[in-house]
Design a binder for this molecule. Sequence first.
Ligand code: COA
Length: 182
Amino acid sequence: MMDNDRRRDWAPELPLRTPRLLLREHRMTDLDDLALFHGDERTVRYLPWPVRSRDDTRTALLKKLEQHCAPAEGDWLVLAIEEIATGQVIGEVDLKRGADGQADLGYVVRRDREGLGLASEAVRELLRLATEDLGVTTIDAHIVPGNRASERFAERLGFVRHPEGDVDDTEDPTLAYRRSSA
Ligand SMILES: CC(C)(COP(=O)(O)OP(=O)(O)OC[C@H]1O[C@@H](n2cnc3c(N)ncnc32)[C@H](O)[C@@H]1OP(=O)(O)O)[C@@H](O)C(=O)NCCC(=O)NCCS
């Protein structure tokens, strides 16, 4: 069980462990691993990210270095997914701190690590942290129309459609999915 200061600041003791993965803070030495998927047009197609050059990935990584805790509403907790077998960072999981026990979820894995159950292993552990340790009761995922892989993924993890949360009146529409434990 997490102590009160860590719970207040959303500052989990890292790494979190699963059978095949560590969820941990980002490090500058992760740049090569990140550049591989930040620069992959197909991986970022449905993410609110551009296709990044190595330099752009470095800039993005500098921000992620600080996001191992989320003390204030609106902050993102951003954890690297390290594959234990290779020591490589193969993706990331994110949780944006909302109000009243609400959070938004994000996830991405490298293309050659899809279809292995690694993304669900990482997200299940993040969901466990959120609900058991951080007091989160409602988790929302915002999925770009057409991202069927992500819709199926969210449904397998117990998310259900939440049409009230859909965003359809902008240039960047999203479909809302929600998982509630309250
Ligand atoms: C969305 C995304 C994370 C899903 O990744 P994924 O690898 O398909 O997800 P999972 O970890 O659940 O893997 C499930 C697949 O692995 C298979 N699998 C193999 N071993 C498995 C295991 N031990 N446990 C679970 N599933 C396993 C499953 O059968 C399933 O295959 P299927 O899709 O052919 O049915 C991935 O496509 C991605 O990163 N996309 C790009 C970024 C993105 O769009 N993010 C979402 C923004 S909203």
